[in-house]
Design a protein around this ligand. Structure first.
Ligand SMILES: [Zn+2]
Length: 316
């Protein structure tokens, strides 16, 4: 049995859409309720996040972008750059708290208070780049966590697995030239899905060449294709890189019931993904693994997959 930290804050619900939108506070409410009724919540180590520290955010985002985002929220803008990324007056602070959730989960694992962590946070983060929020993401939570682990806990090499159905373009861009952070993303092929990046030839740049790896999947791909990709691409990459910790951008929108994409993973598919990454973290990182929530918009499959995910992280 593993000790699993659970980072969550009720203020995550304050970031709420001013119009009909799939990335809603109901997602987190449903997750917490599901874990409670499944009897899992009491078995987790609760971690209460704080706002991410300015220096930890500035390790990923430019000051100019942060000021722009903060003033847009203060002004009462409904969207960022008139795109699909909504704002309300709480959004800036909630984004800091979301990044702080990824930090809190990472801290619990780095300090040995827990073996693994699941961070039930929002807004999601993996589309946010240094100077831009996009795709429902305001600050790049997983990137902030990786930089935090390196700066504050002396972690050398970090491996990020991003299985959200959308390519983690923001995370990729942050670490494109950084050989100390490996970024692996499996997602629906960019010809068919937002944000239109994540092709096989995107492999990093300069010193970071070879520490970015993309596995674009054809629409309709499911458990078998993902299993093969994890065996043939992810596993050898982790074996070669020898990370000290694995972070997961855990989106659940590659489920076949999710309306935002055309990948056909089942609940059991997500069990396999979680189990395989957990096994890799046991084999190479002393079991250290931190999962942060990204997408997942169909409440039924989101909650059932997260229950499975949590059970696997607990090592049931
Ligand atoms: Zn997504």
């Amino acid at each position: 049995m593993k000790r699993l930290a659970f980072a969550y804050h009720p203020d995550y619900l304050l970031h709420a859409p001013p119009f009909e939108h799939p990335e809603s506070p109901e997602r987190l409410l449903a997750i917490v309720e599901r874990l409670r009724t499944a009897g899992l919540l009491d078995r987790l180590i609760p971690v209460t996040p704080d706002y991410a520290a300015e220096e930890d955010i500035l390790a990923v985002h430019g000051r100019e972008y942060l000021e722009k985002l903060e003033s847009a929220c203060r002004r009462g803008d409904l969207t960022l750059d008139a795109e699909d990324t909504y704002l309300n007056r709480h959004s800036y602070n909630v984004a800091l708290l979301s990044a702080g959730g990824a930090v809190a989960g990472s801290k619990a694992v780095a300090e040995g208070a827990a073996d693994r962590a699941f961070c039930a946070i929002r807004p999601p983060g993996h589309h946010a780049g240094r100077e831009a929020g996009m795709g429902f993401c305001l600050m790049n939570n997983v990137a902030v966590a990786a930089k935090y682990l390196q700066a504050r806990h002396g972690v050398g090499k970090v491996f990020i697995v991003d299985w959200d159905v959308h390519h983690g373009n923001g995370t990729q861009s942050v670490f494109l030239e950084d050989p100390s952070v490996f970024f692996f993303s499996v997602h629906e092929h960019p010809t068919f899905l937002y944000p239109g990046t994540g092709r096989r030839w995107e492999i990093g740049k300069g010193k970071g060449e070879g520490t970015t790896l993309n596995a674009p999947m054809a629409p309709g791909a499911g458990d078998d294709e993902y299993r093969l990709t994890f065996e043939e691409m992810l596993t050898p990459a982790v074996e070669r890189f020898r990370p000290e910790i694995i972070l997961v951008s855990a989106g659940f929108d590659a489920h076949r019931d999710d309306p935002l994409a055309d990948i056909q993973l089942s609940d059991e598919g997500f069990r396999f993904l979680t189990r395989r990454v957990a096994e890799l973290s046991d084999a190479y990182c002393g079991g250290r693994m931190v999962a942060v929530l990204e997408g997942g918009y169909e409440i039924g499959s989101l909650t059932s997959c997260i229950e499975i995910h949590i059970r696997e992280l607990l090592g049931e």
